[in-house]
Design a protein around this ligand. Structure first.
Ligand SMILES: Nc1ncnc2c1ncn2[C@@H]1O[C@H](COP(=O)(O)OP(=O)(O)OP(=O)(O)O)[C@@H](O)[C@H]1O
Ligand SMILES: [Mg+2]
Length: 450
């Protein structure tokens, strides 16, 4: 049950909505204008407002701004008969939870109300994570596996030994390469990254070693290669597994002799940079398939660092989430302050095949879509909500006296669908609900596969 305020200048709509909300056991008040709604004292502060757009006096869109100031914790649903894209965008920008079209479909309205109230409830729950106010770029993660990596970085940073970093895509290999560079004596020198997969076979040689004017058609002037640019610093060879075989031979020679010549030049230059290579492919298999030279592999992995996938260090998810949310706030100029317990549970239940990069994209997306200072489960992608099965587990893990009404409702709908072997018509008869309503419950509770 919630305290809901209807603001609509049409008396018949006020009446219909009030009757519907009372029937749904809510406390419903109604008024005809925003000005009138602002006269309610804070003791009568509504939890949810259903707000019409075209009103006598202040419009609903302008009303949104003042109502948000007067009732900061209240959720607002906009309803209008005039659907245009601009006002929808404006309403969402101004903090509306949702936008409903008139004539209202009561099933749809019910879903939207329940959704808003669930957000309100999850925002007021204890637990979850506080997002740090400051974003300091760096590397986080304190699992034993990552601590081992930090130790290795500390041990090798002062040497010039070649390092090979392996691990799945998005695990943080480039970040580790930068950390090795930053911790070393040459941190004031350049860090130059080359993506070996992004260059065509005939360009990569001149990209790496440079060329002189006239070395080949199109070489209109001298061009310094990455080895030259990385002089005195670090050269990061990303996706080394994609390097064409012909270049592998040349690279091996440079690593052995510490010398190279730009294309078209007889000058021999000194290769004075630390080499760090990274790959997400399994080099031993590539060697077996004759796609990667074994001698180059041994030359590169004088020191090797294997970065575990996020699945292998799930205990790091909370600290990564805090860090990434602060990062998202910084870059998106947003103000997410908390991650709700359910959202965190969802994030922890998911397998993250794309590792930290996928987690980062998810957090940036959710921070963008969050309509409140709390990042809740509804701002996560549908896939994440479904895959993680957060709703299923929350009901099963709790004892009956800890269950919310929604948990019980879900369990009952689930059981009825089970008994009727998924026959929705029979399930509707037993539950005493319409088909659209059952459909919405199935969607809301993620019972699609039942
Ligand atoms: N431990 C970590 N702490 C903070 N941010 C991280 C961490 N690991 C990865 N990231 C972030 O995740 C994203 C992906 O990391 P990075 O580019 O280093 O991965 P990668 O292993 O090089 O991926 P790929 O194999 O696809 O090139 C980056 O934005 C990076 O800043
Ligand atoms: Mg990378």
């Amino acid at each position: 049950m919630a305290r809901i305020l209807i603001i609509d200048d049409d008396a018949s709509i006020r009446q219909t909505l009030q009757a519907f909300l009372l029937e749904e056991s809510h406390e419903a008040q109604a008024c005809a204008s925003v000005e009138e709604a602002l006269r309610f004292g804070n003791s009568e502060c509504p939890e949810l407002i259903l707000l019409d757009v075209r009103l006598g006096g202040m419009s609903g869109l302008d009303g949104l701004l003042v109502l948000k100031v007067q009732y900061p914790d209240c959720r607002i649903l906009i309803m209008t008969a005039h659907h245009d894209m601009e006002s929808t965008i404006q309403a969402m920008q101004r903090g509306a939870d949702d936008y409903l079209h008139k004539p209202l479909d009561l099933d749809e309205l019910e879903v939207a109300i329940n959704h808003s109230l669930a957000m309100l409830e999850s925002n007021s729950m204890n637990g979850g994570l506080d997002v740090p106010l400051q974003y300091t770029p760096g590397m986080v993660g304190s699992s034993p596996k990552m601590r081992e990596i930090y130790k290795t970085i500390g041990l090798i940073s002062s040497t010039l030994a070649t390092v090979l970093i392996t691990g799945e895509s998005g695990t943080g290999k480039e970040l580790i390469a930068r950390a090795i560079h930053d911790a070393g004596e040459r941190s004031s020198g350049p860090f130059v990254a080359v993506n070996c997969a992004a260059l065509s076979e005939n360009l990569i040689e001149s990209e790496m070693f440079g060329h002189t004017k006239g070395a080949f058609t199109g070489a209109v002037e001298n061009h310094p290669g990455k080895f030259t640019l990385a002089q005195g610093g670090t050269l990061f060879l990303d996706e080394i597994g994609e390097l064409p075989l012909s270049l592998q031979a040349k690279l091996l020679r440079v690593l052995q002799e510490k010398e190279y010549s730009p294309l078209g030049s007889k000058n021999v230059l000194k290769a004075d940079c630390r080499i760090i290579a990274a790959t997400n492919i399994d080099l031993p298999s590539a060697i077996k398939a004759k796609q990667f030279r074994e001698d180059l592999f041994y030359r590169l992995q004088i020191i090797s660092i294997w970065v575990p996938s996020l699945r292998e260090r799930p205990e790091e998810i909370p600290e990564l989430v805090k860090y990434l949310a602060a990062k998202a706030n910084y870059y998106l100029k947003s103000k997410v302050r908390r991650i709700t317990p359910e959202a965190l549970q969802c994030l922890q239940n998911y397998a993250w095949p794309g590792n930290v990069r996928e987690l980062e994209h998810q957090i940036f997306r959710s921070v963008t879509l969050s309509q409140s200072p709390n990042l809740d489960v509804y701002s996560l992608s549908d896939e994440l909500q479904q895959m993680s099965g957060v709703f299923k587990e929350s009901a099963e893990d709790l004892s009956p006296e800890q269950l919310s009404l929604a948990d019980v409702e879900r369990a009952h709908v689930c059981q009825v669908l089970d008994t009727t072997q998924g026959h929705r018509g029979k399930a509707c008869d037993i539950l005493g609900v319409s088909r659209p309503r059952l459909q919405r419950m199935i969607e809301r509770f993620n019972l699609g596969s039942t």
